[in-house]
Design a protein around this ligand. Sequence first.
Ligand SMILES: Nc1ncnc2c1ncn2[C@@H]1O[C@H](COP(=O)(O)OP(=O)(O)OP(=O)(O)O)[C@@H](O)[C@H]1O
Ligand SMILES: [Mg+2]
Length: 354
Amino acid sequence: MIQLALVVAAGSLVSGLVLAFLLRRAPTVSAQLAGLALIAVCVPLAAVLLSGWVMFHMGADVKILAVAAGSATAAVFAALVLARSISASLRRVGAASQSLAAGELSARAPAGGAKEIAELAASFNAMAAGLEQLFDARRELVAWASHDLRAPIASLQAMLEAIEDGLVSAEDYLPTLREQVRTLSMLVDDLFELARIDAGALTLELRRMPIAPLVASALRLLRPEADARGVALSAEVDDEVEAELAPDKFERVLFNLVTNALRHTPSDGSVAIRVERRASDLLLRVEDSGEGLPVEAPARMFERFWRADRARSGSGAGLGLAIARGLVEAHGGRIWAENRPQGGACVSFTLPAA
Ligand SMILES: Nc1ncnc2c1ncn2[C@@H]1O[C@H](COP(=O)(O)OP(=O)(O)OP(=O)(O)O)[C@@H](O)[C@H]1O
Ligand SMILES: [Mg+2]
């Protein structure tokens, strides 16, 4: 008796496993679930019938066959209903992904359904939201870049036409022409630098060197502008402080930060560069006594083309801080901005100590 029970149990187990394995080849979720229901009903039923036939010599009773057919039908029916709802939820996620692939970036999969499918829909939606944000940012970038390139080109064109028509003499317009060409070439340089940062094509020739001479050279470069604006420009840096950096990129960062500080500080104000050696890195700060930062600025000012006041003429393209962030991060540092308690802004960045 016991042996028979063991043989039947082992036989059911093996045949159940083999059938389940074969079921994985069924082409649809509905077919797999219906097959699973059939296995779940038929394998135990077959085991009971086999045991009954061997032990009690029961024949193929019509009642037993009817019960078997009835329960198998009920199980397949229930499985098909369940499969329908599962495949409907999967189809909804599939439809959303097809819309996304066709370029409809606002397509989202409906939430709800079984936990796994709801999780699939949620991660699909997170991916779609990320893509949409990225595309919006790219679109804005192209719109702003072409706007900022168009303005100096239009002005160059107008001036050249005026000279051609003999309305003005070339000499009168030469300084303005040169200024517009300079603006244009700075903008193109900035866009090129950003593109290199984005592409990861930035090659930093890192050298261990003292900071003081680099700060002094940036100050020399910016002193005329500070004097013209009547702003006191100073630096506090220890001669011994060293860092591992690419000198040209470091100067570029400092130049961008100090240019901003000068631009936003009224005459009689001051701009100071401070360098502090900390346990594991160097902290560099550019502080000004200017107008300070609007509330949303610290979170947004490192984005490309972001300016607090887009309407203000004479301000730059909004690329300086985006470039500074790219260069600082390429050195393994961090950059951020805040308002000083005593008024004015402070933009700080770190560099790994040498
Ligand atoms: N020291 C500061 N004080 C107040 N606002 C600042 C300061 N530095 C930056 N900002 C704000 O952050 C914005 C972005 O600065 P960013 O250097 O990226 O661009 P920009 O100076 O306008 O143009 P660009 O640097 O391309 O010539 C500025 O337009 C300004 O609104
Ligand atoms: Mg700037």
